[in-house]
Design a protein around this ligand. Sequence first.
Ligand code: SF4
Length: 490
Amino acid sequence: MTYLYSETPEFFSELCEEIRLFIDIRRIEKLKTDEFEKDGFFVLHYFVRGEGSVESTARIANDGEIVAEYTYECAAQSGELARKRAEKRAAKISLYRALSGHFGKAMPWGSLTGIRPTKLLRDSQMRLGKAKAQALFLNEFDVSEEKLAFAQRIVDVQQRLLPSGENNIDVYIGIPFCTTRCAYCSFASSTPDVFADAEQLYMDALTDELNILDDLLEGKVVRAVYVGGGTPTAISDENLKKILSIAAKIGADEFTVEAGRPDTITQSKLKLIKQSGAKRISVNAQTLRDDTLSRIGRCHTAQDFFEAYNMARQAGFESINVDLIAGLPGESADDLVNTLEQIMRLEPQNITVHTLAIKRASKFAAQNMDALPSSEDTRDALKKAADMLEKAGYAPYYMYRQKYMKGSMENVGYAKHGKECLYNIDNMEDACSVAAFGAGGISKRVFGGVQAAGNETGQRIERAANVKDLREYIARTGEMRKRKRRLFEV
Ligand code: SF4
């Protein structure tokens, strides 16, 4: 059992994240005192606040003995927000270094556990300048040189693609249905066997929620429209047509429809998407090994993927994205390389390489534990993939990390020059506001735009979340509309 004592309960979850970088464990017991016992792994954290400085100390005790300790000192900050930010950072750094010393290993992203390292790097560069921000990443956060260079590459690519000002907005429309559920799925997506009568009720509710679009978008510049899921192509042609006609009227330059599962892609669906004016589509392989596809519950074969991809290509989409996953059970780095080689021959404009993220306590993890590749193998696979993609003219243009991700890795979108998906960048970098429709959609209003992160005033973000549960969403659509009206003050 692993136990954590912290004098500062408000940082408990952040400290747990640091522990989970080193130990595959879900449950961490909260201790009321710092007394440790003979059995168990104890993490103890303290602050000593002095005149102009604060000391953060992390102590590790294993089976009754103190085995590691690290103290990190930072300048005391005035103002509640600055104090909290500095102390949280100090707490994470001291604990990361104590754990790293004890386990004798470093993590690629050091003590960083947040999902947006590129945003942190850009914001730091706007505040401190490039050299100081890079030093912060290397010397304070203990990020590896390789990861820093990678994050910098993405920040540089994004520079020409970020919006300016705060008048920009993206629109997300969520269709939370899939024909079957992938074994690793963490989305709130429903399958017909679970909720057979849902589709029509949901589409009626969604259309109703979308009635506020004109009011919401008045006077704003819409950068991108994204119809995602779930799998939008899993619904009926009639419903897909209806929702796409609403999305088309928004008139954004970038219009993406996810058609993720090849088993849902038909000529008629592609025709509807094309007629709506969508220029970008996602057709996802994940892997081209049939035994793995079956193991992860994808319900399609590599051949199905090729057929769906070719249909999409023939339909004439300007931009096709293909998603892959590294770290799948039973797969080595060579398997990912092999899949990637086949995908690259198709010359899609975007390739997104995800890393398998699973809850360790899930049924999927339990069933596949022996077959999951090691973190080192997954890192090796990602490195090889990155090298191959760069050589073939794809640049990394956005990335994010997730909880439960193997080996402290990341998901990375690669694109041919000029084919980057603005919605992905905006979403991950908090570059502009998003009006999100559908169950589980999270709208956000970005005050000050992306450049404000470097100003005195800083960037401020407010969010309004739609309920995730389908029945709740259908029953409470009016409330979801009101939440968005309040957020955008219309
Ligand atoms: S296609 Fe995506 S949303 Fe649907 S079940 Fe698979 S992982 Fe989940």
